[in-house]
Every structure is written in structure tokens, then in C-alpha cells.
Design a protein around this ligand. Structure first.
Ligand code: LLP
Length: 422
């Protein structure tokens, strides 16, 4: 069951609520629209997949979407959180996440943030020699031993866009296995500051083949065997996030959370490990659309354009990664409306400002609603205020069909506030 469906009469629904009706009720500007029940269903799919694996942790990658209401909902459903900055850590604590289900990741964690992580007792992934030194210092300042995992860079090709590949041998993330012994010796040298509890890897994002996770997990349990052979009691295998979704709406059968977990299940059980996963996209992307309005239609040279009020400021993935996100109109067009090939573009002063290229769509009237699908992950969290577009408001449809605002849209006044008193 998926939250966004087209009725036979051509209207788009979010669960049982007509998107057109929502557009009529809310502010006239682009907005993000989520389905709360879909978020629940996505988490349940992971929970069911993890059944039989004791002490496993779903560490939701907050970078994908940091809406506080969504975080609180995910926390209530039992998720932990994966953090990549001090502010994400503070937000996770604010949202009430259990620190023992939180993992602090990153290749450039600064001392101040590591001290907070040490005080709060979250897991910390060790990313480099200097990172280890900083974690030791943080533990001393906090007066608390830190539970650490070694982020090992397993050099498995995730077969994705280079910008979202992270586990290759020349990547800036993690440590290479040649250096494993150095890190084990360093941990041994700091028994009062560090407790090594596991190993972590993250291969990349938008991965659509579970064999890739399996290959990495095989390497990772071998490293864990090596680490255990030196007397460390490590219990956690963290295989990161990265599961892709069907952005093309092509009906292609993509691996599910169950496929992902099943491919590593035996390995995890054979070593009696606690499995940690760090999903972002596969938990949240398909729960949301960016809802826009058509400003007008124009033609230049051989190109037809649908110009909408949303842009690369609200949603940058197409501009940044040439990413495809499915686009459709929220209401039916007259049967005689001409279908053409359009680039769907925003009002931002850049030719990189497009939401979709070469889409077959019926020519929409001014004011028609147009949605960009699968906008729950890395869309609002990567939004900017370029051209003073101001970040959009967010709403969700609740279980009972009512629509609730879950974040205010930013306004011009918010911008002026940064200069108050200067
Ligand atoms: N864990 C770590 C250590 C990560 O670096 C990431 C994402 C995740 C988990 C979550 O990965 P996911 O399950 O969401 O694939 N902005 C890009 C994606 C960047 C992903 C960065 N790391 C995009 O819009 O496609």
C-alpha cells in the first residue's frame, strides 16, 4: 500500500485526502506534504524484517529529514538515530531519542561535539587517526568511557552516482583495513577512554542490489573475527544505510528492507552479533511530495517548459545529482489537452534550476498543482534560501485523514531577523 495514488477520475490522493483540497486550504506557496501512516508502515517493514535478530537497532539517518515532528514519531516507533553533527545530536536528544540507540558518525567530527556525544553516552564511530585522538580527549573531558565502533572502508563498489558513493578505497570516509592494527593498538592504549564495541561500514546511497550489502557484510564479519581474536568483546555490526527506492515509478522490483536484512541474517547470527542499520532514504523518501503550482507554460527553440513556483532551492537533487524524481499533475486535464515533452523548471536564476527534464505531460493550466514525488529524503533537509525563496512549510496527513502543519514555512521576516541589532 502506498500513500500517493491517482483515482480513476485523475485526482491525486495522499492516503484518502485529495491533494487539490489540501492546496486550497494551505498557504499559496510550495509545500512538502507527508503521509504519517506511510512513515509508520515503512518503519514497521524494517521492524518485521529484523524479527529474530536480538538487540538490533534501526538508526534513522537524521540528515535525510530533520523535521522534529517526524523525528518524534520515528522515536515513538522505536527508532534510534544516526547523527553527523553536534546540532543533529542536540536535535535527536531534543526529540527524545534514547542515547544508547544513537550513533555519531562523520569524517570531521569536532571536539566540542564529541564531548557532548561522550557526555550523553551515544555510540561514536571512529573515522581516522585524528578522530580517535579527539574521541580520547572528549572522553577525558566528559569523564566517561566512550563506546566506539571502527568505521571500516571495505572498498565495495556500490554502483551509484559518485557523489553518493562512500565506501570505495579512495573515499574520504572511514579507515582502510591495512590500518586496522594501528587502531586496535590505539584502543588498547586507552582502556579508560575507549571501549571498542563493534565495526561499521557505509557503502553509499541509492543502492539497488542487496548482493552489494552481502559482499560488504562478509568482509565486515571477517574483520570482526580478526578483532575478536585479539581479545576485544565486540558485539555490534553496523552495515550503514543506503537502500535505494523506486524513483522512476517504473514498477521495477527493487529490494525491500526484508531482502536487505535476509541477505545478512545468517552472517549476523553465525557470529552472535547485534545488527545496526542506518536507513535514511528507504524510511522516509516515499512518504512525501513537494507540491507546487504551475506559473505558466512557455516554449524556446525546441524546448517546452512548465514553470512552477517550486525550484532547486526547495529541492536540489535533480540539479545536483541529475536525479530523477517522478512528476505528475494533481488534477485531471481536459481530454483534449495537448501532451508534450516538457522540462519542469523553477523561477530561480540558473539554468541548473530544473525539477525534471523531458517529461511527457499534458499541457497544464496556470495554477494547476504539480507534485515532485519521493521528496521525503534529502529534499527539505538540503533546501536553501537561494534567491530568497525561503524554505517551504511542511504538512502531514494523519491517520484520520486530517492535515496538520508540521513545520512553519520560512518568511521574509525570518531573513531580516538575522540582521537585527547589527
Ligand atoms: N549512514 C551514513 C554513515 C551515511 O553517510 C548515510 C548517508 C546514511 C547512513 C543514510 O543513507 P541512506 O539510507 O539515506 O541512503 N544527498 C544524497 C544522499 C547522501 C547520503 C549521505 N549519507 C541524495 O540526495 O541522494
Amino acid at each position: 500500500q502506498h500513500c500517493f495514488t491517482k483515482s480513476p477520475d485523475g485526482f491525486l490522493y495522499c492516503e484518502d485526502t485529495k491533494v487539490q483540497h489540501i492546496m486550497e486550504k494551505v498557504e499559496k506557496r510550495p509545500f512538502y506534504l507527508y503521509s504519517k501512516p506511510q512513515i509508520t508502515r515503512n518503519v514497521e517493514a524494517y521492524k518485521e524484517a529484523l524479527e529474530g535478530l536480538k538487540n538490533s537497532i534501526i538508526g534513522y539517518a537524521i540528515k535525510a529529514n530533520n523535521n522534529l515532528k517526524i523525528l518524534q514519531h520515528l522515536r515513538k516507533l522505536g527508532c534510534g538515530a544516526v547523527l553527523v553533527s553536534g546540532n543533529e545530536l542536540k536535535l535527536a536528544l531534543h526529540a527524545g531519542f534514547d542515547p544508547t540507540k544513537c550513533i555519531f558518525n562523520g569524517n570531521g567530527k569536532i571536539l566540542e561535539d564529541l564531548i557532548l556525544a561522550a557526555q550523553e553516552g551515544v555510540f561514536v564511530n571512529v573515522d581516522s587517526e585524528f578522530d580517535l585522538e579527539n574521541i580520547v580527549t572528549a572522553a577525558k573531558v566528559a569523564g566517561r568511557k566512550v563506546n566506539v565502533l571502527l568505521r571500516i572502508n571495505p572498498d565495495v563498489d556500490p554502483q551509484v552516482h559518485p557523489y553518493v558513493a562512500t565506501g570505495n578505497k579512495n573515499s574520504k570516509f572511514g579507515i582502510r583495513n591495512e590500518k586496522l592494527q594501528w587502531f586496535l593498538d590505539a584502543v588498547k592504549a586507552h582502556p579508560n577512554e575507549l571501549k571498542l564495541v563493534g565495526a561499521h561500514c557505509h557503502l553509499g546511497s541509492t543502492i539497488t542490489k542487496v548482493d552489494i550489502f552481502r559482499d560488504a557484510a562478509v568482509l565486515m564479519v571477517n574483520y570482526i573475527d580478526e578483532i575478536r581474536a585479539q581479545g576485544f568483546e565486540v558485539d555490534y555490526l553496523n552495515i550503514g544505510g543506503g537502500l535505494g527506492i523506486d524513483y522512476y515509478h517504473s514498477g521495477a522490483v527493487l529490494p525491500t528492507p526484508r531482502d536487505l536484512i535476509d541477505t545478512v541474517r545468517e552472517l549476523v547470527l553465525s557470529r552472535n552479533l547485534n545488527l545496526v542499520i542506518e536507513p535514511g532514504r528507504s524510511l522516509i523518501a516515499n512518504t512525501c511530495c513537494l507540491v507546487n503550482r504551475v506559473t505558466g507554460v512557455k516554449t524556446n527553440g525546441t524546448k517546452n517548459f512548465i514553470v512552477i513556483d517550486g525550484s532547486m532551492a526547495e529541492l536540489i537533487r535533480p540539479s545536483l545529482y541529475d536525479a530523477y524524481q517522478h512528476i505528475e499533475l494533481v488534477s485531471p486535464t481536459p481530454p483534449d489537452a495537448e501532451v508534450s515533452t516538457f522540462d519542469v523548471v523553477g523561477p530561480v536564476c540558473e539554468s541548473a534550476d530544473f525539477l525534471g527534464k523531458e517529461r511527457e505531460l499534458p499541457t497544464p493550466a496556470k495554477g494547476t498543482g504539480l507534485v515532485v514525488h519521493d521528496a521525503g529524503a534529502y529534499c527539505m533537509s538540503m533546501a536553501s534560501t537561494y534567491n530568497l525563496k525561503m524554505r517551504p512549510p511542511e504538512y502531514w496527513v494523519e491517520e484520520d485523514g486530517s492535515v496538520t502543519k508540521i513545520r512553519h514555512g520560512e518568511t521574509f521576516e525570518d531573513h531580516i531577523r538575522f540582521f537585527e541589532g547589527l
